[in-house]
Ligand binder design. Structure first.
Ligand code: TA6
Length: 281
């Protein structure tokens, strides 16, 4: 399936302002957001993989119950599964996924995740995780946003100055994430000019991608997550991905609302919500 086919198969939301959102049942993944001026704000690779076990390269992948690498498949397992569409109105949609035999073979817990997407003058994505079993569990999570930029060299990420981060591009002995180098971002703005893979520990409520499209900026405000991740593979790692045209590293930056550093612990019956609000400024 091509990127066009991914978009064609997606659930469409339309706002009277003219903005639109498309969400696939595969991964409950937002794969397109156009603003009121008709400009696409999210990156979607034209070489994305699709189909049963594939993760779609672009948009807003939903990461649960494990961010990054670990005992489970990388970035968890809900981004590669089909979700149920449980509500669909012109400007909102709700998707749900629950544990099953396949998930319990990997991770022996009972849970549901609902993703609620709402389009107004902003795009709001809300992720609800509920423990429906009788054992406590811990998880990490993210909304792995791929923001489209006209040119990575003339865009900048604002909001993370003074925040400590783990630099995942720096290999340390043993290569374990726990021992990745920790630094503090000195500059107010981050201009991406090389491979960048950072987990910011804590940080502000909102971050913006300045001069993303047509000189306009994309702002993302998060609640409930606590951490931020910034990723751009740059030339060589983009070429190695295999599902992205090599030069596309210039056309996006991932700025992710994430909970990576201190897992969320849910007691039986308990619920957690993480949300992000994206606006054009
Ligand atoms: O969020 C950043 C990151 O964890 C990077 O380390 C990079 O691997 C990226 O996600 C993409 O992962 P993926 O499994 O989708 O290729």
């Amino acid at each position: 399936m091509s990127a066009e086919a991914v978009l064609d198969a997606a659930v469409l939301l339309e706002h009277p302002s003219g903005s639109t959102v498309r969400i696939t049942r595969h991964g409950a993944q937002v794969v397109s957001w156009t603003d009121a001026a008709g400009r696409e704000r999210l990156y979607l690779s034209r070489d994305t993989r699709s189909g049963a076990d594939a993760s779609i390269r672009g948009g807003v992948p939903v990461i649960f119950p494990q961010f990054g690498t670990g005992p489970l498949p990388k970035h968890g397992f809900v981004r590669t599964r089909d979700w149920s569409l449980v509500a669909h109105l012109p400007t909102s949609a709700t998707f749900r996924i629950a544990d099953d035999d396949v998930s319990r073979a990997l991770w022996p817990y009972r849970w549901t995740v609902e993703l609620h997407v709402e389009l107004s003058d902003a795009l709001v994505v809300r992720m609800h995780v509920r423990n429906t079993g009788d054992a406590q569990f811990a998880f990490t999570a993210a909304l792995h946003n791929y923001f489209l930029v006209d040119d990575i060299a003339s865009s900048a990420i604002r909001g993370l100055g003074g925040v400590a981060y783990r630099d995942k591009t720096v290999a340390t002995t043993g290569g374990s994430t726990a021992s990745d180098a920790t630094e503090v971002q000195r500059d107010a703005e981050l201009v991406i000019a090389r491979e960048t893979d950072r987990v910011y520990v804590g940080g502000p409520r909102s971050v913006s991608i300045e001069q993303a499209i047509d000189m306009s900026s994309t702002r993302v405000a998060a609640e409930g997550f606590g951490d931020w991740v910034v990723w751009n593979p740059w030339r060589d790692a983009a070429a190695a991905l295999g599902d992205m045209p090599p030069d596309d590293y210039r056309r996006f930056v991932c700025v992710e609302a994430a909970r990576v550093e201190s897992p969320i612990v849910l007691a039986p019956g308990a619920e957690w919500t993480g949300a992000e609000t994206m606006t054009v400024t």
